[in-house]
Design a protein around this ligand. Structure first.
Ligand code: LLP
Length: 385
């Protein structure tokens, strides 16, 4: 089996666990996105929640991409790392007054508004500050993304977004409020979507809604289709870059833009997941009755995805070339769900071996916690190892 390309000898002297980022792969990914969107009215807002590491943000910002933020602190981090305010979209169901003010003070590109209650507060705060808030309404397209229930977001019965039947009221509120500048509609149907036909359904819905807005005399220059493009967690070495070509081609084909309209994407996982690996060390090999366990020094505190979403991450022993044997790879945290994988074939392993948990660049480090009073993981980059 092919393995990833890791500087294992250098890793030997490092304390584990840590996140390792292959910056060359990240550059290649960003080059691909740039190539696939060149000459099209497409704008990328990288979803900071996927990975808010400063080195990574600076590199992404240097490509001229924008940012999608879900907290005031993410907006501040994005600005510090070089994302221009006029390319920052601010999403989230529970924006606080402080966070809204941060957005308004910095004149960000757009607030993705998720409820009437939020629209009211935004109008009030903008009035106080003598501003007009640029807004895209996050509408529930009621499209099934065929992904894990915790990361499906575009269905009607969901805490996110506005239902279609509320739109007439919202338009009246905007007209009466005076401090909202309605510039667009926003959608997000879910994450880790590999069946691209869900995005086709989204395009159909977006066009239908555009027509409805026209009937109300409203023309919206911005259509934001959110994020969600999935990656191949099973074959990180064969498929290190998401299928951006098919993804962008699909939108070009099914979502014909009007003159002056731009299409916005909030990609997170597909940009950063493949370039990150969690590097951990075997503390003990434990022989069970019918199984062998590798107890490693990373756990759900460093990477919660397997415990929280039954997510699969490919795992490699990067210190051993011995024959393959089956293991459960588990962490040290006092929770039975602290398991990375069960019955997985790895090169025969011993105490001290280094293990790479692959495709962990998105929603890995950003979701780490210090439960059990564990340290937060360090990060290292291939550029300056
Ligand atoms: N835009 C909105 C409004 C979102 O809610 C999200 C992700 C994105 C963009 C970026 O989506 P992406 O391109 O990364 O799929 N922690 C989970 C994923 C949660 C996704 C939340 N929203 C996981 O580890 O799978």
């Amino acid at each position: 089996m092919i393995k990833g390309n890791f500087p294992t000898t250098q890793f030997e002297s490092f304390e584990t666990p840590f996140y390792y980022y292959d910056m060359a792969l990240l550059r290649e990914t960003l080059d691909t996105i740039r190539k696939e969107t060149a000459g099209k009215p497409f704008h990328i807002h990288y979803a900071i929640k996927a990975n808010a590491n400063e080195e990574i943000l600076k590199l992404i910002a240097s490509y001229g991409f924008g940012a999608d933020c879900v907290s005031g602190n993410e907006i501040l981090r994005a600005l510090e790392c070089g994302f221009p305010a006029h390319r920052i979209a601010f999403a989230g169901v529970g924006k606080t007054d402080r966070e809204i003010r941060i957005g308004l003070e910095n004149d960000i590109f757009c607030f993705n508004v998720e409820s009437m209650a939020e629209l009211e507060v935004l109008n009030e705060l903008a009035a106080e500050m003598g501003k007009k808030a640029p807004v895209a309404l996050r509408i529930n397209p009621n499209v099934d993304a065929h992904t894990h229930q915790y990361i499906t977001t575009g269905l009607n019965e969901n805490k996110f977004g506005i239902n279609e039947q509320d739109l007439p009221t919202l338009l009246r509120m905007i007209a009466d409020g005076g401090h909202i500048n309605l510039i667009g509609m926003h959608f997000h149907i879910g994450s880790q979507i590999t069946d691209l036909s869900s995005f086709e359904d989204l395009c159909v819905k977006a066009l239908e809604l555009r027509e409805w807005f026209h009937t109300q005399g409203v023309t919206l220059p911005v259509i934001n289709v959110g994020g969600g493009l999935g990656i191949n967690y099973h074959h990180p070495n064969h498929c290190p870059i998401a299928d951006f070509e098919s993804y962008f081609r699909l939108f070009e084909k099914y979502l014909k833009l009007e003159e002056g309209q731009t299409l916005h994407f909030e990609l997170g996982r597909s940009v950063v997941a493949p370039c990150g690996s969690l590097i951990t060390r075997v503390i003990y090999v434990k022989e069970g009755i019918q199984k062998k366990f590798l107890i490693v020094d990373a756990g759900m505190t460093e990477l919660i995805r397997p415990a929280l979403y039954q997510a699969f991450h490919h795992i490699e022993n990067i210190s051993s070339e011995k024959p393959y044997t089956s293991y459960d790879v588990v962490g040290p945290v006092c929770e039975s769900s602290d398991v990375f994988v069960r019955d997985f074939m790895l090169n025969e392993s011993k105490r001290g071996d280094l293990i790479a948990i692959r495709s962990a660049g998105a929603y890995g480090e950003t979701m780490a916690s210090n439960y059990n009073l564990r340290e937060l993981p360090a990060s290292r980059y291939s550029d300056n190892i």
